[in-house]
Design a binder for this molecule. Structure first.
Ligand code: FAD
Length: 363
């Protein structure tokens, strides 16, 4: 098949690479001038184990399977990664109950090697940490997400696929038996494809509304939840990922590490109406308070605004978190078309697994 994949973020690249390896003729249309210019370059680069998501949900299934696939891919392609492990910490008795519930959820999801440890055992691992207990998740880690995406792009090209940059998709119509797609940008025009995948991230809903005949009630709403990060201007004190108990809309302001060992904190949850990437430096006050609940010795004046990302959510404040929405032909009745909505965290971890299901849908 000739397949068009829209968007060169981690999901589009993973789908395109998987489809090309399966023998399809794949083109990726990306409206910007490079890969990973959207959500995929603005995240924590954490390889999630699969702890939090309801058993049987797409997030649980693709996170656990995708994590295993991602580590294997990174090992096989020389992509930087480190299975540094993670502690989900409880700072009082109420949080201990929540952390224990996360352990049970993780085990039900098939996450390996989980263990509850006491405060002293946690401090033996991370001496700066203050907590009364923690869930240790040795399978959690970090990845060089850009290295990963470059490797996906390389495999796509090795298998005959290509990316057309500065090529926004404007309109899609089904003209049996093929999809007619109108492009703008550098090489504006119309081309036909056998199959189309909409992995446009924050633009997925807007694009779905420009697919002629696509049922309007099958386009979910898009809710934007910005996550701000602050970097730490001092010597790193933790060697594992440290997470508090989750909050409404996110996993809580956590310690993330990059492969050079540098520490940063985030993301928080800021519900916004329109895309914007400025960071309000006064949000640091809230960060100090939250981080000091598990790292009381965080020195004053050490948090520096870093970057932010925007979660493409399907539900808003106070509402239950939505699952990934992978809308293939059974959902909308149109042939060889898949729309991906709400691919927020753990989308990076889950990407290779999501890609397998998407390609399966197109067959
Ligand atoms: C703050 C934050 C932290 C996160 N942390 C983690 C984490 O630690 N671990 C993890 O596993 N996941 C994490 N995630 C989730 C992960 O980053 C996303 O799930 C993933 O990057 C989504 O990738 P994508 O390809 O769907 O979207 P994107 O990367 O946004 O790619 C979509 C692409 O489509 C292009 N596009 C849009 N419209 C069009 C059009 N009409 N025509 C052509 N191109 C178009 C855009 O330019 C963009 O390049 C986090 C997300 C956020 C926001």
């Amino acid at each position: 098949m000739q397949i068009l994949v829209i968007g060169a973020g981690v999901i589009g690249l993973a789908v395109a690479r998987t489809a090309a390896r399966a023998g399809h003729d794949v083109t990726v249309a990306e409206m910007t001038g490079g890969i990973a210019n959207g959500v995929s370059s603005r995240n924590s680069e954490v390889v999630h184990a699969g702890l939090y998501y309801p058993t049987g949900s797409l997030r649980a299934r693709h996170c656990v399977r995708g994590r295993r696939m991602l580590y294997e891919f990174c090992a096989g392609h020389g992509v930087g990664h480190r299975k540094c492990g993670k502690l989900v910490v409880a700072t009082d008795a109420a949080e201990l109950g929540k952390v224990e519930a996360i352990r049970k959820q993780g085990e039900a999801n098939g996450v390996e090697d989980l263990e509850m440890i006491g405060g002293n055992a946690a401090r033996a691992l991370e001496p700066e940490l203050s907590c009364i207990g923690a869930l240790a998740s040795p399978q959690s880690g970090i990845v060089d997400s850009h290295g990963f995406m470059r490797a996906l792009w390389g495999e796509l090209e090795d298998n005959g696929g290509m990316i057309a940059f500065e090529t926004p998709v404007e309109r899609i119509s089904y003209r049996a038996p093929r999809w007619q797609v109108r492009f703008g940008g550098r090489d504006a025009g119309t081309l036909d494809f056998d199959a189309v995948v909409n992995s446009a991230g924050l633009g997925a809903q807007s694009l779905a509304r420009r697919i002629d005949g696509y049922p309007a009630d099958q386009v979910p709403r898009l809710v934007l939840a910005k996550g701000n990060y602050f970097s730490y201007a001092g010597r790193p004190v933790f060697s594992r990922l440290i997470y508090p108990t989750p909050v409404d809309g996110g996993l809580g302001v956590h310690v993330t590490l990059d492969l050079a060992g540098r520490m940063r904190f985030g993301p928080d949850v800021e519900w916004i109406k329109e895309e914007s990437y400025g960071i309000d430096a006064t949000r640091a006050d809230g960060f100090y308070a939250r981080i000091r609940s598990y790292w009381p010795r965080l020195p004053d004046g050490t948090l520096v605004p870093d970057y932010c990302g925007i979660r493409p959510k399907l539900t808003g404040p106070g509402e239950p978190a939505a699952d990934f929405m992978i809308a293939g032909p059974p959902a909308h009745g149109l042939p060889r078309l898949v729309n991906l909505f709400g691919i927020e965290s753990p989308g990076l971890t889950a990407s290779l697994s999501i890609a397998e299901d998407v390609v399966h849908y197109l067959a």
